[in-house]
Design a protein around this ligand. Structure first.
Ligand SMILES: [Zn+2]
Length: 243
């Protein structure tokens, strides 16, 4: 249940890389989706997909605490069921929780009625185990970054807000030094960085540590995905209203 065929992960990496090739243009073209924050700011958002994970999540919390950095964890409902205690630890440390899905399958392959039930179930799990108000858990980053216009409209009608990202290194396929260099060289104000728990390759906590050691001295301020939405809503008012 927790293993992933390498080809699936490869496709995820390519999809994300293609999607994020011009995030600022994409943000203007599809304002109902959160791609990134304010490019005129010194804010970065750091996010982690695919958890929780019994090794990676606690190790990440240790690194984030050391740099006093707030991050956002984008989790799968079935993994929250397997490791429910990690939600309270993440929320207690001041981080945001959002939804990646109930299971790691493209939303485009799910029946809409079932997809909505799985999203609602995942939101209830995050709320219960994280001690959160379910109404405030609205951000959803779909597996593989798969979205369509119809799916965006459905998510909005169901009360969710679709999130992608602007800087997505394929860190499970490349050496840590290469992934760190990519992020450090490419990071610009407003970027939404997407990393992954629960994958092979170099442990994500060590990777995050190496990235933060080089990004923190450059005066970036790390904010949650929710904070990016607030900035987004000022620039694109009403863009995520259901229609
Ligand atoms: Zn994923």
């Amino acid at each position: 249940m927790h293993s992933m065929h390498p080809i699936v992960k490869l496709v995820e990496g390519y999809a994300a890389t293609i999607l994020s090739s011009a995030p600022l243009a994409a943000q203007r073209r599809t304002p109902a989706i959160l791609w990134m924050g304010d490019p005129g700011s010194r804010e970065l958002a750091l996010s982690f997909d695919d958890g929780p994970h019994p090794r990676d999540t606690p190790a990440l919390l240790e690194v984030l605490a050391r740099y006093e950095v707030q991050a956002t964890f984008s989790w799968l409902g079935e993994r929250v069921e397997a490791w429910p205690d990690l939600a309270a630890r993440v929320v207690g440390a001041g981080h945001q929780l959002m939804i990646h899905g109930y299971r790691h399958r493209s939303f485009l392959l799910e029946h809409p009625t079932e997809l909505r039930a799985m999203l609602d179930r995942t939101r209830a799990l995050l709320a219960r185990h994280g001690g959160l108000d379910p109404e405030r858990i609205r951000s959803v980053r779909p597996p593989f970054g798969h979205l369509s216009g119809g799916l965006v409209r459905k998510l909005l009608a169901w009360g969710y807000r679709p999130v992608l990202g602007s800087l997505v290194p394929i860190h499970w396929l490349i050496p840590q030094t290469v992934a760190v260099r990519q992020v450090v060289q490419q990071a610009r104000g407003g970027d939404l960085i997407v990393l992954h728990e629960a994958l092979g390759g170099p442990p994500v906590a060590g990777l995050t540590d190496a990235m933060l050691a080089r990004l923190a001295p450059r005066g970036f301020r790390f904010v949650s995905v929710e904070a990016l939405w607030q900035a987004h809503d000022r620039v694109f008012p009403g863009a995520t209203e259901p229609r």
